[in-house]
Write a protein that binds this ligand. Structure first.
Ligand SMILES: Cc1ncc(COP(=O)(O)O)c(C=O)c1O
Length: 379
């Protein structure tokens, strides 16, 4: 089977994991802080590793003190975790449609919403912007709006590890107050499950480190009465030492992973860009896309077909596709809270979008097979 995404673990990753497993520390050992140091160097920001991208978002909301009086905005085209973590803090979730030219948040619609809320005397506390598929948002303008309307910004950077904005690999923490990574298996680097929070603000990262381990502080001197004390209501969101060992080893390969993803994207771009009824993924001006996903849009109506038939046709040929994403407002849990008519760009995108295979170990003949099958289907 060829799937839309797949992890790549080599012998070096395995050796590092085994070394950690044979050591005295398999939960919180030296690899945890070493992974954080390596992340800091690579992304020019303080880092706290956690057990998943979801945990990273949850704790980011906690660090920003979201509560039931707050409004937090994000986009409908994202993984449910982005939206759910707003509700975990009791804050109110608002959605802003995507821009079909970038597949990221539409900044004109965002500003209209901010103005309208201002008029009504409501204030937006934070925005979670998603660098969808690995194509960074228009970060300079997000920063400008965040200053103008005074809200904090999280970059849900789970798809964009290894992307560049304005030539910089470490753009994310330059523009957003907090950045979240996921190291889930199909992401650009993996620790199995895992994630991290990055920020230029050391206080935020110290708070995340406290919250990931039950809100406990361990005292190294004897000025305090006890050896440890719970200061905040925290969680067990720790990443293990052996996962961190894999993370360090994977991070060394980020450039070759992204290079390969770009090569595959280049094959697909060339094959599909002149095909009627197929739209290839956009790359915004100033961006270097890292292609966590390769989302094509097929005009199923025009070819008298539908997404389901396409998925079945590909599955018969042993190619497993995925849809990224069912818009947040279409999930049963969220349906009653939102009106889908307010999100025409997301609706249109969802009808057409399909994620086709892209991952490090994908072979040339497999790429050729995917291209041949898709061309046959749309002709
Ligand atoms: C955009 C986005 N945000 C958050 C997450 C959550 O990450 P994790 O699966 O590591 O909890 C994902 C993972 O799929 C994601 O794609």
């Amino acid at each position: 089977m060829i799937s839309y995404g797949k992890h790549f673990i080599d012998n070096q990753d395995i050796r590092e994991a085994i070394k950690s497993l044979k050591s005295d520390y398999i939960t919180q050992g030296p690899n945890v802080s070493l992974f954080e140091k390596k992340l800091k160097k690579k992304f020019s920001a303080h880092a706290a590793v956690v057990s998943s991208g979801t945990a990273a978002l949850h704790l980011s909301g906690k660090a920003l003190n979201w509560n039931s009086r707050d409004i937090v905005l994000t986009v409908p085209i994202t993984f449910v975790a982005t939206a759910n973590t707003v509700l975990y803090s009791g804050a109110k979730l608002g959605l802003v449609d995507i821009d079909p030219r970038t597949l990221n948040i539409d900044l004109n619609i965002l500003e209209k919403k901010l103005k309208l809320m201002q008029k009504k005397g409501k204030k937006v506390k934070s925005l979670i912007a998603v660098d969808y598929a690995g194509n960074p948002c228009d970060w300079e303008n997000i920063k400008y709006l965040s200053k103008k309307y005074n809200f904090s910004v999280i970059n849900d950077n789970c798809h964009a590890i290894g992307s560049k904005y304005k030539n910089s690999f470490d753009y994310a923490a330059k523009y957003a107050d907090i950045v979240t990574h996921s190291y889930h298996a199909v992401k650009n680097i993996t620790t199995g499950e895992g994630g991290s929070v990055l920020s230029k603000n050391l206080k935020i990262i110290d708070r995340i480190k406290n919250l990931r381990t039950h809100g406990l502080n361990y005292f190294k001197n004897n000025k305090k009465k006890s050896f440890y004390d719970m200061e905040n209501l925290g969680f067990n969101y720790r990443l293990t030492d052996f996962q961190s060992a894999i993370g360090i080893s994977q991070l060394k390969k980020i450039n070759i992973f992204v290079k390969k993803r770009k090569e595959i994207a280049n094959f697909y771009d060339k094959a599909f860009k002149k095909i009627n009824n197929i739209i290839i993924p956009p790359v915004s001006k100033y961006n270097s896309h890292s292609y966590h996903l390769y989302p094509i849009q097929i005009d199923f109506e025009k070819i008298n077909s539908n997404k389901k038939s396409f998925f079945e046709y590909m599955k018969k040929e042993k190619v497993l596709l995925q849809s990224h994403y069912l818009p947040i407002y279409r999930h049963s849990f969220y349906k009653k809270k939102f009106n889908l008519k307010e999100y025409p760009a997301s609706e249109n995108f969802y009808k057409k979008q399909v994620s086709i295979p892209i991952y490090y170990s994908l072979k040339k003949k497999e790429i050729a097979k995917v291209i041949r099958l898709i061309k046959n289907f749309v002709k």
